[in-house]
Design a protein around this ligand. Sequence first.
Ligand SMILES: [Fe+2]
Length: 224
Amino acid sequence: MIYFTGDTHGETSRFRDFLNYGEANWTADDTLIICGDFGYLFKNDVRERLFLDELAARPYTICFCDGNHENFPAIYEYPVKEWNGGKVHEIRPNIFHLMRGQIFTIEGKKIFAMGGAYSRDKAMRTAGRSWWPEELPCDAEYKEAAANLKAHDFKVDYVVSHTAPTEIIRRVGWTPDIHDGELTGFLEWVMYETEYKKWFFGHLHLDEEIGEKHRALSFDVVAV
Ligand SMILES: [Fe+2]
């Protein structure tokens, strides 16, 4: 099975919460996908590395698209590999950062990943310690995302992102932030151009179905 969940923010307790969703029985055939703000590689210290080693001993695969609260230079230190049709940073043999704009085939399902978001709390954070400018995609990442969607005839099964299309942010009653208008606008273009069954996103820290095709995730775990 593929399991989607929302931001984990480096909270080790989340992996205890996953027990409520059958985590103890997840096997090498299962994949957990976190919709950004992974956060287990944030301070980049020994404690985090030990927890990542602990996660590496689990039989299942853990993937994440990046959120805005990530230590990007630390993630980028890991090797880029080709994995299930798209590019990843391999953090551990079973832990992968799904790079922006990539399409992966997992259990025969195509998944388009597009991480990133703007930090509204940027003023409270310190550049290089708790905030990094790579939180928003660059032109090359947008172009690669569009090219990959085109190569797949704009047809995937699932989309995983951190923030959401502008229209979806409005639909849940939030005011889209102008600072990440380029990204939420791009995601809106993806939403209209692409065929998909369901779109999972985090960022808003909400567990809510938005219509039939969009699912805001925080603590919930949804299996597909
Ligand atoms: Fe978050």
